[in-house]
Design a protein around this ligand. Sequence first.
Ligand SMILES: C[S@@+](CC[C@H](N)C(=O)[O-])C[C@H]1O[C@@H](n2cnc3c(N)ncnc32)[C@H](O)[C@@H]1O
Length: 333
Amino acid sequence: MTYSMTESDLIPDPLESALSDPLDSEAVLSEDLQDDVEGAFSHVPVLAAEVVAALAPAPGKVYIDGTLGGAGHTRLLLEAGAAVYGIDQDPFALARAREAKLPGLTVLEGNYRDMAELLAGAGVTQVHGVLLDIGVSSFQLDDGGRGFSYHTDAPLDMRMSQSGESAYDVVNGYEEAELASIIYEYGEDRLSRRIARGIVYAREQAPIDSTVRLAEIIKRAYPGFSKGIHPARRTFQALRIHVNDELGALRDGLSAASALLAPGGRLAVISFHSLEDRIVKRFLLGDESLTPLTKRPVIAAEAEQVTNPRARSAKLRAAEKQSGQRSGTPGAA
Ligand SMILES: C[S@@+](CC[C@H](N)C(=O)[O-])C[C@H]1O[C@@H](n2cnc3c(N)ncnc32)[C@H](O)[C@@H]1O
């Protein structure tokens, strides 16, 4: 099976020209998603038209949405007549999706890194497309009890799946050097050692059990801070990435997705900061069975960036599986 789609279908001209730094760029860590999304009421799918153009959904086609979330993108695939297997690790997202009872959607609980096993359990070994819209959803950020936001006082949790080690365990249990390295590696914060030292000092007085207390401790490591982006943003991002092993899941998920694609099938990945985008870019360049659909990542048009702040840091990369890599028919066995 082959699909015909040209690059111009995927990248509208104004977007293409708006991209300044192509594949080789190592983009600076994006503005804080958390600050961007604060106040958003519900999850609006980013780069919706571009994702649909990249995945080319149609009646009879079968897709995996590895990050179901508020089912925004999934609805678009379903509206085009495709069937979708929607995966999420967040029990709250799953409950909402199940409640919606969307025709054509099969909801699967788990980590998208395990998509091969999850789909095999549903009798599916090959699909026409996979979407990953990685990171946290507006629902997760807006839910004050989850501990993702430093703007709302909440227990330090940050676990999307509600299982495993929480941010509380990391902040209160890890060695100073380990904390510093997480904050440096996943938050790219130059003051990582200072912040880690502050955390260790503070937890000796009393366990750090809330988002606001942690944010205050981090703020103290930035003595000159008065206004602008909160100093806690990078550390919160780092903890979230670590707690959910987001980069490990992305690496595994990309390999699993590539293996599940039928010849001509499409992979579309939306990332929100340079750490993720770098992994996606390198994967697409290194997987010989995939042909990138565009040289550069697609970014949101200005109008979308204005109406949906989450879109400001979004980058879409898409690729097509080469013919002859797999045989068989996508869908249920
Ligand atoms: C950015 S939101 C997706 C929003 C969705 N595309 C929409 O339009 O509504 C990311 C979702 O993916 C989930 N998620 C993130 N990492 C995951 C992983 N490794 N496995 C499964 N779900 C994951 C989160 O729980 C969240 O619900």
